[in-house]
Write a protein that binds this ligand. Structure first.
Ligand code: GLN
Length: 202
């Protein structure tokens, strides 16, 4: 049973813990560097990216998370979590920082005030059936680097799901709609990395 953390500074932490537990993981909240060191994968929840950013610096978590990402820790970010994984945030609040890792630019609150929140069926690369996706004051990806795989776009072309190596990000919230496949993908990356590490060390 892989131990997987959910960054628990702000946001819908409980929903991610519930989802990962349901999928058989030992899911734990992560607030401190020691807790981060004890997990083999991490989910960064939806919430408010500027708040999670600030709290991560107050709690001394920014550098450890950046190091873990550089070291290949599998991380899945939803919504605010996607913003925090982006190398570039187009319209953060003054001084807003991210952990980075995904070679993308995100635009926060990209869908205007009238359609702040909506649900839609989305085809996702690698999934047989479409995903029921909840967008809640969601960002969109406005630029992707060459090594980023685009997994899903809205009908107008807006990029809303990406993967780059062990980093996965969605602008929507599968943990809210009960969609399990993205969290399964995170757990699969965790298992793959374990196998690779054991092989390399042997
Ligand atoms: N608008 C939020 C932000 O900028 C993200 C919203 C969400 O995570 N549901 O961080």
């Amino acid at each position: 049973m892989p131990r997987v953390g959910v960054l628990a500074l702000q946001g819908d932490v409980r929903e991610h813990i519930r989802m990962l537990t349901r999928l058989g993981a030992d899911a734990v909240p992560v607030r401190r560097p020691e807790e981060l060191a004890a997990v083999s994968g991490l989910a960064i929840p939806g919430g408010e990216s500027s708040v999670i950013d600030k709290l991560s610096r107050i709690f001394g978590m920014q550098e450890p998370i950046r190091r873990a990402i550089a070291d290949g820790l599998p991380v899945y970010g939803t919504c605010a979590g996607l913003i925090l994984l982006a190398d570039r945030v187009a319209d953060g609040i003054a001084g807003q920082q991210s952990f980075g890792g995904l070679d993308i630019t995100v635009q926060r609150n990209a869908f205007g005030s009238q359609v702040d929140s909506f649900e839609t069926e989305l085809a996702v690369a690698g999934f047989d059936e479409p995903v029921s996706a909840s967008f809640i004051r969601a960002p969109r990806v406005i630029e992707v680097g060459a090594s980023v795989d685009v997994l899903a776009t809205l009908p107008d072309g807006d990029i809303v799901a990406v993967r780059q190596g062990t980093l996965l990000g969605t602008a929507f919230h599968p943990e809210v709609s009960g969609e399990t496949r993205f969290h399964e993908l995170l757990l699969e990356m965790v298992r793959m990395r374990r196998v690779t590490r054991v092989t390399v060390q042997a």
